[in-house]
Write a protein that binds this ligand. Structure first.
Ligand SMILES: Cc1cc2nc3c(=O)[nH]c(=O)nc-3n(C[C@H](O)[C@H](O)[C@H](O)COP(=O)(O)OP(=O)(O)OC[C@H]3O[C@@H](n4cnc5c(N)ncnc54)[C@H](O)[C@@H]3O)c2cc1C
Length: 371
C-alpha cells in the first residue's frame, strides 16, 4: 500500500503515473469515486462546501456552529437573521439528511445553549431543482419525507434552481435568500482520472464499462464504484451508492482469482438492497424490493444496517452504545469548532504571530474560529 495521487494511466504500456512515481501493473482496478459538481461554477465551492470528505464534514460543522456563535453576538437584526439562515442545495438523500440534521440541531440540540438568540428561530431551506425531493424514491415516500422535514422546521423549495451563490446568500429562481451558510448537495461527477483513459465517459464523467466491469479492449483494467458507469438488467445505470461499490469490489477480486484458475468470467450482477434516507433523529424512509417504510421503524432499520456494515465488533458495539446514549439523553456532544489554521507562528520566524483570521487568538489560548 502506498499513499499517492494517480495522475494518468497509460493503457498501452500498462503503467500508472503518480506523484510518487510510475508503476506497472498486471491488473488495474480504478475506484477513485466521485466529487461534487457545481455545474461549471467552481467559484461557488468556497461559499457552499459539499459533504464528501472528512475535512469537508468538519468544515461544515465549523460553519454551522460558528454561525450560531456569530448570531449570538450580532446586534443588527438583518445580519443576525442571515447567520441563522441555512440553505442546503440539492434534495437527494445527502441534502435531505443534512437539512433534517440542521432542523433537529436548532430545534432540539442547541435549544438552551444561547442567551440572546433563540436557535429555534433558525430558518433552514432545502432547495431542489426538480419537482420533488428524493427523486430516486417512490413519490409517496418523498411526500412523507417532505412532511417530516417540514415538521422539523425545514422549508422545502422544489422546482427551484440556484443561479448564484456568494458570501451573502443565494439567488434561486428569481428570489434572493440572505444567508451566511450554504451547503452543497446538488450532484456529483466522477473522479477526473477516468478522462486520462481516453475511453467513453458518460455525462457525469463515469467510465463506461462492460458487463464484466472492464473497459473496451482491456480485460485487465476494471473500473468500479462511483467512477464506473455500469448498467443493471433494466439497462439503467447503477446508482452511486456504497452497496454497488462493495459488490463490484468483491466481484473484481473473484474475477481476478477466476482468471488465475482459468475460469470464464460471468457478467456482474447487482443485488439491489434498496435505499434509505434519514430525516432527523427518529425518522427515515426506506425502499427495498416491494417494501416501503417510513417513520421510526425505517429509522431503526437504517440504524441497524449502518451498524452492521461497520467493520469489526468493537466499532459496532461502540457506535451502538454512543448512538443509544445520544438518543436517550439528547446529549449535545462537544460542540467542537475545529479551526482551519493550526500554526501559532509564521513559517521561518521565531515569534511572529501567524496571520489568523479575524476573531482568532494567537496567544496560548485555543484559537477561535475564523469565518
Ligand atoms: C454524504 C454522503 C452520504 C452517503 N450515504 C450513503 C448511504 O447511506 N448509503 C450508500 O450506499 N451510499 C452512500 N453514499 C455514497 C457512497 O459513499 C459512495 O457510493 C461510495 O463511497 C463509492 O465508493 P467508491 O469506492 O467508488 O469511492 P469512494 O468511497 O469515494 O473512494 C474513492 C477513493 O479514491 C481516492 N482517489 C480519488 N482520486 C484519486 C487519485 N487520482 N489517486 C488516488 N486516489 C484517488 C479518494 O480520495 C477516495 O479515498 C454517500 C455519499 C455521501 C457523499
Amino acid at each position: 500500500m502506498l499513499e499517492a495521487l494517480a495522475e494518468r494511466v497509460d493503457l498501452d504500456q500498462c503503467r500508472v503515473h503518480t506523484n510518487r512515481g510510475t508503476f506497472t501493473y498486471d491488473y488495474l482496478i480504478l475506484a477513485c469515486g466521485s466529487k461534487h459538481t457545481y455545474f461549471g461554477h467552481v467559484a461557488w465551492e468556497e461559499h457552499a462546501p459539499g459533504l464528501k470528505t472528512l475535512e469537508q464534514a468538519t468544515e461544515i460543522r465549523r460553519r454551522v456552529l460558528s454561525a450560531f456563535e456569530r448570531a449570538e453576538s450580532e446586534d443588527d437584526p438583518e445580519t443576525r437573521r442571515a447567520w441563522l439562515t441555512f440553505v442546503v442545495v440539492g434534495g437527494g438523500p445527502t441534502g435531505v439528511e443534512l437539512s433534517g440534521a440542521l432542523g433537529e440541531l436548532s430545534r432540539s440540540t442547541l435549544k438552551r445553549d444561547f442567551r440572546r438568540i433563540d436557535p429555534q428561530l433558525t430558518r433552514v431551506v432545502l432547495i431542489e431543482a426538480g419537482p420533488r425531493i428524493l427523486p430516486s424514491f417512490d413519490a409517496a415516500l418523498s411526500a412523507t419525507a417532505t412532511r417530516d422535514l417540514e415538521r422539523l422546521g425545514v422549508q422545502v423549495w422544489t422546482n427551484t434552481a440556484v443561479t448564484e451563490v456568494d458570501e451573502e446568500g443565494v439567488d434561486a429562481s428569481g428570489n434572493r435568500l440572505q444567508t451566511k451558510t450554504v451547503l452543497w448537495a446538488a450532484g456529483v461527477q466522477a473522479a477526473s482520472l477516468g478522462a486520462s483513459l481516453n475511453m467513453p465517459l458518460d455525462r457525469q464523467g463515469r467510465v463506461v464499462v462492460s458487463p464484466e466491469l472492464c473497459i473496451p479492449g482491456h480485460s485487465n483494467v476494471f473500473v468500479v464504484g462511483d467512477q464506473a458507469r455500469a448498467v443493471g438488467p433494466d439497462a439503467q445505470p447503477l446508482p452511486g451508492v456504497a452497496t454497488v461499490a462493495l459488490q463490484q469490489g468483491r466481484y473484481v477480486g473473484l474475477a481476478i482469482v477466476g482468471d488465475l484458475r482459468k475460469k470464464a468470467r460471468k457478467p456482474f450482477f447487482y443485488a439491489d438492497k434498496g435505499q434509505m434516507a434519514t430525516i432527523g433523529r427518529s425518522r427515515a424512509v426506506l425502499q427495498t424490493g416491494r417494501l416501503r417504510l417510513a417513520g421510526p421503524l425505517a429509522w431503526m432499520a437504517w440504524l441497524l444496517v449502518h451498524i452492521y456494515y461497520l467493520s469489526g465488533f468493537k466499532n459496532r458495539a461502540l457506535v451502538l452504545i454512543q448512538w443509544a446514549y445520544s438518543y436517550f439523553t439528547f446529549a449535545r456532544g462537544a460542540r467542537l469548532i475545529v479551526n482551519k489554521t493550526w500554526q501559532f507562528y509564521e513559517a521561518g520566524t521565531d515569534d511572529r504571530p501567524a496571520k489568523l483570521g479575524s476573531g482568532q487568538s494567537v496567544t496560548g489560548d485555543a484559537p477561535r474560529p475564523a469565518l
